[in-house]
Design a protein around this ligand. Structure first.
Ligand code: FAD
Length: 433
């Protein structure tokens, strides 16, 4: 079976959907996702989206991002991120996202390594609320077709030019021809035993890039979030206790109730301090304590975290929360320029699968959703301007079921193999296939 389109978008998280909404309405767009629309990291985001508060805050926002990233960031990309933050947050509001307000103004919260409060949020369900608002708009567009449970296994390409992708669902193998293809396939958390990510996110986009010799960058930069909920016999993804709890005043203490670190330092430093404390006290966790805050505030500000913990018999208004570092985010990815262009012609990468360089060695809290927005919009703009000059060549790429299954398996293994090669120190954190 063949599908012809102008643009193929692989992944329906915030990066994929925002790209689709920023493409011209007369383009024929196909979106595919390997699972359901809800099963992506975008739906899980809690804390919020960072933004320069105004023109004057841009320089400080840039400095905070660089400092958190150990100055390994791409400075040009960071400047773009900060400069275009305000307009993209406004665009989300125009698209129907209702961020929390205080006295009629946006209620900015704070997270680790931000010098000021500059994170917009929808309580602690920001990702779900933003995703739902975007999806509502996407569904209205007659020019966008969405296929769920459809997995990209390979690109259709020749001489380093991309002409679309090959995907499988349970019934068939589909060639989706496209003048431009966008990989927005998310992160790699599904490759780790303990991760906050959806288990389905196993770095497929990175695997395809590695196989096709498309440039990748900073694959050694993997972020561990300091405060995953510690559960003795947990299976599946780990529940995140958002950094915004610490932003609102929650304290980290060891099992003897003693504070040991400034909670608002960058994530990599706090994670390291927790692991050292766990070793010293011979414990698998430390505690995050928010019990000194008013109960009504906790329940209103963190409804998701309150109810998820309650369902596990933990009342966070009365009890300390056991937490430990878990894999959370991938700073590395497919190397792109400031317009999300990869090293393969007509192929773009947006969101967590890409590496714009904005995060350097360690992502500043809440910069991920912002990166997805800013650089997806830039990709869409470039495509809108250039697509009429592209001739689509339908290259025959017939493959059989057996080959498709082999490619699927290979895509799962290939990133694992690469990570073991470059990050031998985290080998025990990875799953076995
Ligand atoms: C628990 C949690 C909390 C977070 N909180 C925040 C926060 O407060 N602020 C912030 O900025 N960031 C946060 N993040 C990070 C942020 O949510 C993600 O980085 C961001 O949502 C990634 O968006 P994306 O569109 O790139 O990928 P995703 O939303 O993960 O979407 C990836 C898509 O690709 C699809 N896909 C993957 N492989 C294939 C394939 N082979 N074929 C077809 N489809 C495929 C998936 O099915 C999915 O639709 C959080 C992450 C987690 C896990």
């Amino acid at each position: 079976m063949n599908i012809n389109s102008d643009v193929l978008i692989v992944g329906t998280g915030i990066a994929g959907m925002y790209t689709a909404l920023n493409l011209y309405k007369n383009l024929d767009i196909v979106m595919i996702t390997k699972s359901t629309l809800e099963e992506c990291n975008s739906y899980l985001a809690q804390g919020g989206i960072s933004t320069a508060r105004d023109e004057k805050d841009k320089d400080l926002f840039i400095e905070d991002t660089l400092k958190a990233g150990n100055y390994k960031n791409d400075i040009k990309a960071v400047e773009v991120l900060a400069s275009e933050s305000l307009s993209n947050i406004q665009e989300l509001i125009n698209l129907g996202v209702e961020f929390d307000k205080k006295n009629g103004f946006l209620d900015y919260t704070r997270e680790g390594a931000h010098s000021v409060n500059r994170i917009v949020h929808c309580a602690d369900k920001t990702g779900k609320k933003v995703s739902e608002a975007l999806l509502k708009q996407v569904i209205k567009r007659k020019n966008i077709r969405i296929y769920e449970n459809t997995t990209l296994i390979d690109l259709i390409d020749k001489n380093n030019i991309c002409f679309g992708g090959i995907a499988t669902n349970e019934e068939s193998i589909v060639n989706i021809y496209a003048k431009n293809t966008i990989l927005s396939t998310g992160g790699i958390g599904g490759l780790f035993k303990n991760s906050t990510n959806q288990r389905t996110l196993t770095g497929n986009g990175i695997a395809i890039a590695l196989r096709k010799c498309i440039d990748v960058k900073d694959l050694n930069y993997i972020q561990f979030h300091p405060t995953g909920l510690y559960e003795d016999k947990a299976e599946g993804k780990r529940f995140l206790i958002s950094e915004s709890l610490r932003g609102e005043g929650a304290k980290l203490v060891n099992i003897n109730g003693k504070r040991f670190v400034d909670e608002l330092l960058p994530r990599n430093i706090v994670s390291k301090a927790i692991l050292e404390e766990e070793n010293k006290t011979n414990s698998k966790y430390v505690y995050l304590d928010i019990t000194h805050m008013p109960k009504e505030f906790i329940i209103k500000r963190f409804p998701l975290i309150y109810s998820e913990c309650k369902s596990r018999n933990l009342d966070i208004t009365k009890e300390k929360i056991p937490v430990t570092p878990v894999q959370h985010y991938f700073m590395g990815g497919i190397k792109v320029d400031c317009y999300s262009r990869t090293s393969m012609e007509n192929l773009f990468a947006c969101g967590e699968v890409s590496c714009t360089g904005v995060h350097g060695a360690n992502r500043l809290a809440s910069n991920s959703l912002l990166e997805a927005l800013v650089f997806s919009k830039r990709a869409a703009n470039i495509i809108n301007n250039n697509i009429r000059n592209i001739n689509l060549k339908c290259i025959d790429k017939q493959i059989d079921n057996q080959y498709a299954t082999n490619l699927s398996l290979l895509n799962k293994k290939i990133v694992l193999k690469e990570l073991i090669k470059i990050r031998g120190d985290i080998k025990n954190e990875l799953v076995n296939y």
